[in-house]
Design a binder for this molecule. Sequence first.
Ligand SMILES: C[S@@+](CC[C@H](N)C(=O)[O-])C[C@H]1O[C@@H](n2cnc3c(N)ncnc32)[C@H](O)[C@@H]1O
Length: 351
Amino acid sequence: MPRKRKEVPLSQRIVPELVRTKARPPLAIVLGSPAEVVQCLHAFGGIDATCYQMDVHQAERLRTEMNVRQSSAQVVTMADLWDLPADFQTVLYLPPRRGERELKIDMIEQAFHILRPHGTLMVWSPYDTDPFFPALLKKIFGRVHAPNLGDDTVLWCQREGDRPRRRHEITFQARIADRPSCRFLSRPGVFSYGRFDNGARALAEIMMIEPGDRILDIGCGCGTNGVFAAQQTGAEGHITFVDSNVRAIALAELNARENGVAAFQAVASSHVSGFDGDFDVVLANPPYYAGGSIAHLFIQRGSALLKPDGRFYLVTKQAGDVADLMMETFDHVEAVMHRGYTILSNTETVD
Ligand SMILES: C[S@@+](CC[C@H](N)C(=O)[O-])C[C@H]1O[C@@H](n2cnc3c(N)ncnc32)[C@H](O)[C@@H]1O
C-alpha cells in the first residue's frame, strides 16, 4: 500500500523547485539527516555549501554519505551556528519531524545571524501543514512567505537589518544528599534541557566515589554527573567529560569551571576515544535511541578504559539487553533499583 505523503521522509522526496532555484551560494545547510543533506547537495549541483552539525557522530555519518554519493561540501561542527561568519546568501534549515521545539527556535534565531543583508532563509518542513514555523519566522524575520506548493511545505524569509543575539538557555540548580548545591547551564539540543534528569540523579546517588579518583563521565551532556563526582574526589581527583555533541562539551566545560572542579578535560568524540585511560570510575547514562548500540559502545569503551579494579556504573530504564552485555563484559554485575531506574555496576552498590 503506498505510504501517506506526510509520512514520506524528506530524503525520499524530490527537492522542491522553489528550494532549488532560491539556493544561491554561499549556502549553509543546517542540521538534517545525512540522506536529506546529500539529497539537497545533489539537487543544487556543486554549489559552494557549508553543512552545519552539532554532533560529531552525525557529521561523520554525513561525510561518509557524501563520499558514497560523491557530493562535496564543507562539514562543520560547532556549539553555535552563529559562530559561522555572517556571510551566507542562503541558509536552508531541514528540521526533523518531532524534533526538540526549543532547538528549532534556537536554530532559526541563530540562522538570522549568519545571513548576509537581504540573504534568504528557507525551511523545508517535513509536515504537510506546518503548525509551528510560520509564527516563529514572522517573529524573528518580520515577514514570512509560505507559497502553496501542493505536496511540500517550504517557508522562506529575508534578513533585513539587525537584531540582538538572543541566547536560549536555562540554569538549574541541583544537589545530592547534603552536599552543596550546584548550578548548571543548559541549552537546547543537549540532554537534559532545563532540568536535572531523574536517571542522572539516581546514578549520582548510588555511585561510590573516593578522594583522588580519576573519573570518566561518558555521554556527559551538560556535565552533571562528573561535577557531582568531583565534589567527592576533591582537588586531587580528575574528571574527563566526553560526548559526541560539541554543545554538550562546551557546557560541561563551563559547568565544571563554574562549580569549581579543580582538574578536568572535556573531549568531543563519538568513539569515546582521544584521551588516556586508567580510570578509577566510569559513569554512563546512555541514550535509548539507536537500538541500544550506544549503550553497548559506552560499556565496551568504558570497560577498556577502566583500571583492573575500577568501578563502572550505568543507569538505565531498560536493563534487559544492557544487563546481558554487562555480564559478558565484567566478572561480577550488580543491579540496584533506585527512583524507577536500574543502576548496573561491576562493584558492590548500596541502595
Ligand atoms: C541520556 S544523555 C545523558 C547526559 C548526562 N550524562 C546525564 O546523565 O544527564 C546521553 C548522552 O550521550 C551522548 N552520546 C550519544 N551518542 C554518543 C557517542 N557515540 N559518543 C559519546 N556520547 C554520545 C548524547 O549526546 C547525550 O549527551
